[in-house]
Design a protein. Structure first.
Length: 181
């Protein structure tokens, strides 16, 4: 039976996810089932406290939660602000340009193999574009972000949750209470 007023804001990813009693990796609890609807109640850095329909709550890596589409905006209302994917695209272009330059220097004989490795050491890039959808690898924060033209959200991460992501653009999650937004 669902808790009165329960309205999911997210669902658990298709592979399920671990959960914790507190925002502390040493306090694991029962993992959450795949595609379970949850309501995000609170954020602490990468951690998120979620409420399940049966009233049970747990802490999860909130970056992995899949946002449930919200109702369309009311006519005349200002559009919701979302994180901007353009800085991620600019970083991808810069990284690709640096790699291409090193590759051209290697091909022309201006670099030897060791110098090429030194110039390209630490460069990481990932971009997948499919129509209006784009997945971009954010090497600075070790995560893939997804944008559909309307919103930008974390798709998956390289690490477990941390207390502070350092990127306020992606931590501005809509948090609701049992009484509504």
């Amino acid at each position: 039976m669902a808790t009165p007023g329960f309205r999911p804001t997210h669902v658990v990813p298709g592979h399920g996810m671990p959960a914790w009693e507190l925002p502390d990796p040493s306090r694991p609890t029962v993992p959450l089932d795949a595609l379970l609807p949850v309501q995000l109640l609170e954020r602490r850095g990468d951690w998120g406290r979620v409420l399940c329909a049966n009233g049970w709550s747990a802490w999860v890596d909130a970056r992995e939660l899949v946002a449930v589409p919200q109702d369309p905006p009311v006519p005349g209302a200002s559009p919701a602000r979302t994180a901007d994917p353009l800085p991620y695209l600019a970083r991808a272009e810069q990284t690709l340009s640096r790699y291409r330059s090193a590759m051209e220097d290697l091909a022309s004989g201006g670099l030897d193999g060791e110098s090429f490795r030194d110039r390209t050491h630490g460069l990481r890039i990932g971009v997948v574009v499919e129509g209006e959808h784009v997945w971009l690898y954010d090497a600075e924060h070790g995560r893939w972000v997804y944008a559909d033209g309307m919103r930008l959200s974390t798709f998956t991460t390289d690490e477990g949750p941390r207390a502070d992501t350092g990127d306020p653009g992606l931590t501005a999650t809509r948090v609701v209470s049992p009484d509504g937004p």
